[in-house]
Design a protein around this ligand. Structure first.
Ligand SMILES: Nc1nc2c(c(=O)[nH]1)N[C@H]1C(S)=C(S)[C@@H](COP(=O)(O)OP(=O)(O)OC[C@H]3O[C@@H](n4cnc5c(N)ncnc54)[C@H](O)[C@@H]3O)O[C@H]1N2
Ligand code: MOO
Length: 408
């Protein structure tokens, strides 16, 4: 009976999803090779190695003079300037004892030089130069391969290609990368009360927001997202809608209608295909469900907007990560609570928070909504930078208490 659901911990339910909903399967097999700039947001299917040393050659970190350190035993010393190498120059002027070369930042250090003297430590001469100060041998020389050696891994398989990863890969000479196919995800919001923003609200109606939120989150995660559909509470229409949603999809997300109400259509229809509905020891996000419809995994999330968002973070994101072979987000960090709030005993609480630091440098987490955590306060998501995670055994959080932080 749906009203008498098995109560699971967060970990137990996630394990059930990974093992039974996804059938224990790993990443999608298909990969594609894309030009580097098109790889933003995709997940690497293979490690990417540097095509050569980075830096590729020893070069100057300063505008100044390339010198032989042994010529500068006593200072000041006058050296003869025998050439100039700007960045991009292929020249390698020879240096005899007592000679130096003008050099610009990024230019290759002449083979005969070993140290760079910044122009500020000289009189700036062009035919000859007086050197007033010099550092250790090798100073201001950026060595070949100092950043990474040719053949070394710059980004591992499973890495999400962010702007930072793109920059690093470009610097390491990568032109194309092999990424996992985007999982195709279909989303449906359920409920007769839902209307699109821009439509006047009749009594009992609300603006649909979960589908918009989920679709955008999934796009950020590298999925190919089908336009969100709104399914009504009519069971036959809902079943037909599910047939369409599952066709060609790797995953279907449903939001709403998973609770125990008489019109909870997701639950009623999915149960026809042997769905599993659970209560999970978390707040928000207690009622959850999953099924396979025409063999396609269907994850049914509770409809309250904050419940949908957090349930997706806790259960949907790991499914996507699994399909994409993506390395999971780094584990939680900790912060001190910036205010007091209550937490339901026996349930792990996830609270949208803003982060700041206090005057002794501790990370501080404060609920992003003045009224704390509640699953209908959808605008708490807009200002949230992270989720504070409060343990099951805690029923009250006091300012200064340590809480776990999960990034969003
Ligand atoms: N008797 C019980 N009632 C409820 C229980 C329970 O254990 N026993 N659990 C409560 C909890 S906790 C949650 S969470 C909700 C989950 O309910 P449903 O998944 O069936 O969600 P709905 O009833 O369809 O909607 C809940 C709420 O969210 C609004 N909503 C739904 N979809 C959207 C959307 N796409 N965009 C914006 N807002 C949406 C909907 O209008 C409702 O206000 O059940 C509790 N009840
Ligand atoms: O699980 Mo419900 O999300 O607490 O409102």
């Amino acid at each position: 009976m749906t009203t008498d659901r098995v109560l699971l911990t967060v970990e137990e339910y996630l394990d059930e999803l990974l093992t039974h909903l996804l059938d224990g399967s790993g990443p999608l097999d298909e990969t594609e090779e894309v030009p580097l700039p098109d790889a933003l947001g995709r997940v690497l299917a293979q490690p990417v190695t540097a095509v050569g040393d980075v830096p590729a050659f020893a070069n100057s970190a300063m505008d100044g003079y390339a010198v032989r350190r042994e010529d500068l035993g006593t200072l000041p010393t006058i050296l003869q300037v025998v050439g100039a190498v700007p960045a991009g120059s292929g020249e390698d002027p020879a240096l005899a004892p007592g000679q130096c070369v003008r050099i610009m930042t990024g230019a290759p250090v002449p083979t005969g030089a070993d140290t760079i003297v910044p122009v500020e430590a000289t009189d700036g001469g062009t035919a000859e130069v007086t050197i007033a100060r010099v550092g250790e041998r090798g100073q201001h020389v950026r060595g070949a391969g100092e950043d990474v050696r040719g053949g070394d891994v710059v980004a591992a398989a499973g890495t999400t290609v962010t702007a930072r990863v793109l920059g690093s890969l470009a610097a390491a000479g990568t032109a194309t990368v092999t990424v996992r196919r985007r999982p195709v995800v279909a989303i449906a919001a359920t409920g007769d009360e839902l209307v699109a923003p821009g439509t006047p609200l009749a009594r009992g109606q609300i603006f649909e927001s979960n589908g918009t939120h989920l679709a955008a989150t999934l796009r950020e995660l590298g999925a190919e997202v089908r336009a969100t559909v709104v399914l009504t509470d009519d069971t036959e229409a809902f079943a037909a809608g599910l047939d369409e949603l599952t066709s060609g999809a790797d995953l279907v997300l449903l939001t709403g209608g998973v609770s125990v109400g008489d019109f909870d259509v997701s639950r009623i229809v999915l149960e026809r295909s042997g769905a599993t509905f659970r209560h999970v020891r978390m707040q928000p996000g207690k009622p959850q469900g999953w099924a396979r419809w025409r063999e396609v995994p269907v994850l049914a999330l509770p409809g309250n907007p904050v419940s949908t968002a957090i349930s997706f973070e806790v259960f949907g994101r790991p499914l996507l990560d699994r399909l994409l072979g993506r390395a999971p987000l780094p584990g939680p960090t900790r912060a001190v609570a910036g205010s007091a709030w209550r937490s339901p005993a026996g349930r792990r609480q996830y609270v949208p928070v803003v982060l700041s630091s206090d005057d002794v440098g501790r990370l501080v987490a404060t609920p992003s909504h003045a009224r704390g955590s509640a699953s209908h306060m959808v605008t708490s998501l807009a200002g949230a930078q992270a989720l504070a995670v409060v343990a099951e055994e805690t029923d009250a959080v006091e300012p200064g208490d340590l809480v776990q932080i999960r990034s969003l």
